[in-house]
Design a protein around this ligand. Structure first.
Ligand code: FUB
Length: 446
């Protein structure tokens, strides 16, 4: 799984832009760890402001086996498939009040008001304790200029800002409980004392609030440790200042065991999305996380339906791209296994192992455009030689291609003719046709 060419081409647009090894599938960003994604719509695009987990650098003297975070990137996309990394927008060494030995640039947010972009971030201050700072820019991708001091009167982490319909801005943040304060029109200071929401769970609620409004209902969403790790819950109110009433669970605890689940929720082009994180790129260490997105739906009464986390994610995939079928929508079961392509480098992605005849993988929403493709390519490996069958829309749908993979220990690109490829968007089925095990990196149409 290499960065697709389109990312490398897009990277040349401006000096600040970088290629993003990023995909339509989950996780969204492959070439670095990302966490705590706040997604916003600015200038018609989705901008995601995550925090940035890194490995502890030489000389790091902070808490062992803990979060190590020194800067922020921002990523943008128009189609939720092609993500652009705009590079570093702020680093701890840029901020005069931050203790740079702490590497504690935790979960941020960004909002737009009166022509400026305001980036809110928590960090440990030289004077001790978590404080919340603001950096200001003319564009969503910076450059962001940090204010010389943190917001006065605020101690805590994980800022989230709501700008209400009347233009009033509210700052939400956590310090074992969730607080709210009105922001002054300059967006840099709070008005009065912060207020605590004291009718939410008393235990296990320590971070990551997010607030949005829909149809007159204010939704306060937050991670909560109801059992052993965080899950996402929400509460509703008719006012941004509360009181909020607990209303349900949005996302269950991660099956992976990732302890944290920081998130944000946004509507883009008529669809609601949940952005969150898991530890896809670091199964053994949950402080090196990776951001994800999945669709989120409401019932008619405004209830949020539980989100089912997927590997497939939300982006539509072009048939002509390297389709990462290891980010599948469904499989035939235990005969299909996914593992890292290179155990020493998770950033290289995954492979799918078909371990029995007729085992299959379904990958939803592949865009065949006008259906002009007449060939299939598969990057695959089959020790004893093997065969794959490609179908569309149903596991027993018509076969549009049958590909033989030669016997060998190396990855090869195997090719075959594609027949009767229809136009439009279809679910792809890849199945093992023979008895021999086949491993697949990606599938693509030509
Ligand atoms: O990423 C560091 C901290 O972990 C965040 O601020 C919390 O929300 C949790 O995700």
């Amino acid at each position: 799984m290499k960065p697709p060419l389109r990312h490398l081409l897009a990277a040349g647009v401006a000096g600040l832009l970088q290629s993003a090894s990023a995909f339509a599938t989950n996780p969204l960003i492959m070439d670095q760890f990302t966490a705590d994604p706040t997604a916003r719509v600015f200038q018609g695009k989705v901008y995601v402001y995550p925090s940035h987990d890194i490995k502890a650098p030489p000389g790091y003297k902070g808490k062992p086996n803990w979060f190590v975070m020194e800067d922020y990137h921002v990523f943008s996309s128009e189609n939720l498939t092609d993500w652009q990394d705009h590079g570093v927008i702020l680093k701890q060494t840029d901020v005069p009040w931050v203790d740079t030995s702490a590497y504690a640039m935790w979960a941020p947010d960004s909002v737009f008001k009166d022509g400026k972009y305001y980036f809110y971030f928590p960090a440990i201050a030289k004077t001790g304790g978590f404080r919340i700072g603001v950096a200001v820019a003319d564009q969503p991708y910076g450059p962001f200029k940090p204010m010389p001091t943190p917001i006065e009167g605020v101690q805590g982490i994980d800022p989230a800002v709501l700008i209400d319909k009347d233009g009033q801005a509210y700052l939400y943040y956590s310090l074992d409980r969730i607080f709210v304060a009105r922001l002054k029109p300059d967006m840099l200071q709070i008005e009065g004392e912060p207020v605590v929401f004291d009718n939410l769970p008393k235990k296990g609620l320590q971070e990551g609030p997010f607030v949005f409004e829909r149809n007159g209902i204010y939704y306060l969403t937050y991670p909560h440790v109801a059992n052993k790790t965080e899950r996402l819950e929400y509460a509703t109110s008719t006012s941004p200042m509360g009181p909020f009433t607990a209303a349900g669970v949005i996302l269950d605890e991660a099956e992976s065991g990732c302890w944290t689940v920081h998130h944000s929720i946004l509507e883009y082009q008529g669809q609601w999305y949940l952005f969150y994180h898991d530890k896809d790129l670091s199964p053994a260490f949950d402080k090196n996380r990776a951001i994800r997105a999945d669709r989120l739906f409401f019932d008619a009464d405004g209830t949020i339906r539980r989100v089912i986390p997927t590997l497939r994610g939300v982006g539509r995939v072009a048939a002509k791209s390297e389709i990462q079928i290891d980010r599948y929508s469904a499989t035939s079961g235990t005969d299909v296994a996914v593992s890292f392509l290179d155990e020493t480098n998770p950033h290289a992605g995954w492979k799918t192992r078909f371990g029995a005849a007729q085992s299959w993988v379904r990958f939803n929403e592949v865009d065949f455009g006008r259906g002009a493709q007449n060939a299939i390519e598969v990057r695959a490996k089959a020790l004893g030689g093997g065969t794959l069958e490609i179908r569309l829309d149903r596991a027993d749908g018509p076969v549009i291609g049958r590909i033989d993979v030669g016997a060998g220990t190396d990855w090869v690109i195997a090719r075959a003719a594609a027949h009767r490829v229809p136009a439009g968007v279809h679910d792809l089925f890849v199945a093992q046709a023979g008895v021999e095990t086949v491993e697949v990196d990606w599938v693509r149409f030509r």
